[in-house]
Design a protein around this ligand. Structure first.
Ligand SMILES: C[S@@+](CC[C@H](N)C(=O)[O-])C[C@H]1O[C@@H](n2cnc3c(N)ncnc32)[C@H](O)[C@@H]1O
Length: 326
C-alpha cells in the first residue's frame, strides 16, 4: 500500500479546521494576539465570498507593519537565549532607527539572567514577549512585583511598592528593573496608581531592593539616559546622575553600557554626551538608555581572589584585553 503524500496530509489537516479557527490561529501565530472583531469579520466574509484565501491571509499578516515589532522582539529574545546558553554577556547590541529602547534593554537583561530566584520589578505593563522570555528561561523562581496588578502564568505576582517589599532579607539571586526605576516616586496615574510624588523614591527603592537581594546577588537596571530632568511621569538622568544614585544606595557598578538612538539606529555609546539628548525626540520613547549590572558587595568582591581582575574585565570590556595584551 502506498503512503499518503505528506503535503496532501498537510492540506487535508488545514482543511479540517473551520474558517473561524483558522483566523484565530493565524493571528495568534503571526501577530501573537487574537483578531479584533472587525478583522475577524472581514476575513470570514472574504473567505466566504472567495476574495481571500488562507495563504493570502497569512501573507497579509506577515507583511503588516505590526509584524515588524513581533519579529524584532522575537529576534532579540532568540539572540539573548543563545547568548545565555553560551554563557556570553553581549555588548554592542544593535537595533533599527525609529524603534524603542526595549530592543536593547530586553536582550541586554535576558542574556544576563540567572537561574535562581528572580524578582521582576515593574512587570505589570511589560512587553508580553519579554515576560514570556523570562518564563521560558525557567529560573528556579520568578516573582513579579508592581503597584499595579496583572496575572502572568509562570510568575508569582505580588502587588506592592518597591520601596516597601513584603519579602525577607536576602530573598533573591537577581532583581530586574527594565525602564521602571525612573518611574518610582513619579506620577504613576498612567499605570493606574495614584500620584504621590517622592523625590527620594528611587533611592528608597534601591535600598529596599538591596535588602531583599542576596549578598552575592545581581541587580540589572535599565533607565533612560540624556539631559537630566523631571518629566512628571518619570525622571531622566545622565550617566553621572544615575551612577551617583546607585553608589549612594550602596551598590557597586559591575558593568554598564550606554546606548544612543541615532540615524543608524541604536548603537553602544562609550563616549556618551547627554547634551541635546531629549526623551521622545529621536524615536517613540527614550533617545538613549543606560544598561547596568549592580552588586551589593563592593569590598568583599574586590578583595576576593580574582575579584579585581573580574571587575576590571567587566567594566573595561575590550579595553581590558588590550591593556593585558590578550
Ligand atoms: C514603564 S512601566 C515598566 C515597564 C516594564 N518593566 C517593561 O519591561 O516594559 C513602569 C512600571 O513601574 C510600576 N511602578 C511605579 N512605581 C512603582 C513602585 N513604587 N513600586 C512598584 N512598581 C512601581 C508601574 O506600576 C509600572 O507598571
Amino acid at each position: 500500500m502506498s503512503a499518503i503524500d505528506p503535503r496532501l496530509r498537510a492540506h487535508l489537516e488545514i482543511g479540517e479546521s473551520s474558517d473561524e479557527r483558522f483566523v484565530e490561529a493565524a493571528f495568534e501565530l503571526v501577530l501573537r494576539r487574537p483578531p479584533d472583531t472587525d478583522a475577524r469579520e472581514i476575513a470570514l466574509s472574504r473567505f466566504a465570498d472567495g476574495t481571500l484565501s488562507r495563504a493570502a491571509l497569512l501573507r497579509d499578516l506577515v507583511t503588516a507593519p505590526e509584524f515588524d515589532r513581533v519579529r524584532q522582539l522575537d529576534d532579540v529574545i532568540a539572540f539573548a537565549r543563545g547568548a545565555r546558553t553560551r554563557g556570553e554577556r553581549p555588548r554592542h547590541l544593535l537595533a533599527s532607527p525609529g524603534t524603542d529602547e526595549r530592543l536593547i534593554e530586553v536582550p541586554w537583561v535576558l542574556s544576563r539572567l540567572r537561574s535562581g530566584c528572580v524578582l521582576e520589578v515593574g512587570y505589570a505593563f511589560a512587553e508580553p514577549a519579554y515576560l514570556a522570555g523570562l518564563v521560558e528561561a525557567a529560573p528556579e523562581e520568578l516573582v513579579g512585583v508592581d503597584l499595579a496588578e496583572a496575572e502572568v502564568p509562570g510568575f508569582e505576582t505580588v502587588s506592592a511598592d518597591a520601596r516597601e517589599l513584603p519579602f525577607p532579607d536576602g530573598s533573591f539571586d537577581q532583581i530586574l528593573l527594565v525602564s521602571t526605576l525612573e518611574h518610582i516616586g513619579a506620577d504613576n496615574e498612567l499605570y493606574g496608581s495614584p500620584a504621590s510624588p517622592d523625590e527620594n523614591g528611587r533611592r528608597a527603592a534601591l535600598r529596599e531592593l538591596r535588602r531583599v537581594l542576596r549578598p552575592d546577588g545581581s541587580l540589572l537596571v535599565t533607565v533612560p539616559l540624556g539631559e537630566p530632568g523631571d518629566h512628571g511621569w518619570f525622571r531622566q538622568d545622565d550617566i553621572g546622575g544615575w551612577t551617583q544614585l546607585f553608589t549612594r544606595a550602596g551598590y557597586f557598578v559591575e558593568e554598564q553600557e550606554a546606548y544612543e538612538l541615532g540615524e543608524e539606529g541604536w548603537r553602544s555609546a562609550p563616549t556618551f554626551d547627554p547634551r541635546g539628548v531629549v526623551y521622545g525626540t529621536r524615536g517613540p520613547a527614550a533617545s538613549a538608555v543606560l544598561c547596568v549590572e549592580l552588586s551589593p558587595r563592593r569590598v568583599r568582591r574586590l578583595i576576593s581572589p580574582g575579584g579585581v581582575r573580574r571587575t576590571a574585565r567587566r567594566r573595561l570590556g575590550p579595553r581590558y584585553r588590550r591593556l593585558r595584551g590578550v
